[in-house]
Write a protein that binds this ligand. Sequence first.
Ligand code: BEZ
Length: 412
Amino acid sequence: MNKECITYYKYNALGAIMYIKKIILKISFISLILFNSVSISNSADTIKVGTLLPYSGVYTVLGEEITNAMILAFDEVGNSISGKNIEVIKGDTEVKPNIALQKARKLISSNKVDILVGPVSSSVALAVRNLVVQSKTPLIIPNAGANVLTGEKCSKFITRISFSNHQINAPMGTWLAKSGIKSAFLLAPDYAAGKEMMKAFKTNFEEAGGKILGEEYTPFRKTKDFGPYLARVKNSGADAVYVFYAGGEAINFIKQAKSFGLGEVMKLTGAGWTTSPLFIPAQKEAAIGFIGSLNYVPSINTEENKAFIKAYKDKFGRAPSEFAVQGYDSGKVIIKAIESLSGNIKDKDKLAEAISSVSIIGPRGPLTIDPRTNNVIQNIYIFEVVNGDQGPELKVLDTIEAVKSPGEGCNL
Ligand code: BEZ
């Protein structure tokens, strides 16, 4: 082959390669635009709500109640807000902080959720706090009470519509001391919530003249046999035991305290979840006589509460508890916040502000968020478990109105 010929083929081959490259580039560019517009239009049409709740482990029933009731609130608006569909993506925390952190990362980075709802446990909430704040993912807390989340570690991206551990337990310290209980023994699971609840109770109880005769913290998620603790409580000679338990631990504790005869020698008192309407069907008669405090009681006599109880019973075949109320209110807050932005939720700062500015009338009554801390302001009900027409029920002894969480260290 002569020199010209070689040059001719060389240039033609080069030209062909360049031409093919150009086409490939064009195709990739077009598919990039197409792919993006599909994913943008998908995400633009859908509001993704990620849950960080327990669907396994000691607090499973709590996570399920919260999820059920939130989905009920979404059903009531046809699963659509301002023309956008709602998609709920579940993340099971297993009540384990390290697992919860992995699930939160996945929901934020892979699923690209717009809002997170969770957790149940204070320790889990403390574990995911920095991630949600740094990623600017608005978090609605439907249970976990860790004080600092609306205290020194508060953030505009965290709104708590449930309670703080202080808010539920401090009023009980004052109330029990004033009602004639002179001494108490404290018993709770050994993790953030148990410690904070006992501290809040103790501070107010002592301020009102009460004495703490002892305190014990049981290994969290591991204690099945409360026998040794019950013996020490009994031997203390206190007027009352003040406890916090929830989930399977609440059921076991109340049943074992009854078999042990603890209620015959002292008053059984504590954070009201210990005899939540969610656990009473399993605790039965053993729950009778317990005095506790909660942010919701089923007997609240309002149209909103009656309608909620009916809707929940119709859909799930049983009465709701305070956990369900917190899930339902989370759903309502999401709906109202997104409506206030006409569905425009791209700006996460604005979305977070809209969430904490919402006020609704829920089963608990009017729900307002304290603008200084982003923690809910609410009534606290002090109740006794009594025998009612349908079995054990919560009878309200006193209502402490519009209780705020101190929120020390927070200035939003
Ligand atoms: C908590 O860990 O904050 C908690 C768990 C169950 C009931 C109440 C509080």
